[in-house]
Design a protein around this ligand. Sequence first.
Ligand code: URA
Ligand code: SF4
Length: 190
Amino acid sequence: METNFDVLKEQVLSCTACELCKTRHNVVFGDGVPDAEVMFIGEGPGENEDLQGKPFVGRAGQMLDKMLAVIDLDRTKNIYITNMVKCRPPQNRDPLPSEQEQCIEFLRNQVAIIRPKIIVCLGRIAACRLISKDFKVTKQHGMWFEKNGVQMMGTYHPASLLRTPAQKPAAFEDFTALRDKIKEICTHTY
Ligand code: URA
Ligand code: SF4
């Protein structure tokens, strides 16, 4: 495990451990503040993220930023955002289990350094890998699970909300529950 966040970032930026390194333009390490108490974890970079080297900067990212703003969260102020895999899967396919396995050590290291109190999994890929392997977003979104002293929740992926706007009210309920949990257990997010 690396203990210095900048050194870790340099390691990830030069990683060639899985095939995704061959088609990426940029590695997407993460974005946010290093003392965040709340971490958001998506699936993997899309086209815009791959081109800019930042997570959630396309349409789904704009959707996410809007929802975050409703509960006074902002990646420049009080949260950290990253993905299960740091390089874009071609054609935005799901990252393979083997690719997730290669990359997850970097995520573990990010979590070990940031030590968040709350982790929000955005969508099925993150929730299934980090909360429980048969996690069902439609049934279990918004529920809290404790793992190693961290409160974990899965919610809809913002890209899913763009495709299926009928999910938005439920997603907003999840964010309200998140705001309440932050007020309950976090000390410097708000
Ligand atoms: N979707 C994701 O899961 N992550 C991103 O960074 C962008 C879109
Ligand atoms: Fe390395 Fe992760 Fe990129 Fe694969 S996806 S090359 S493991 S940084």
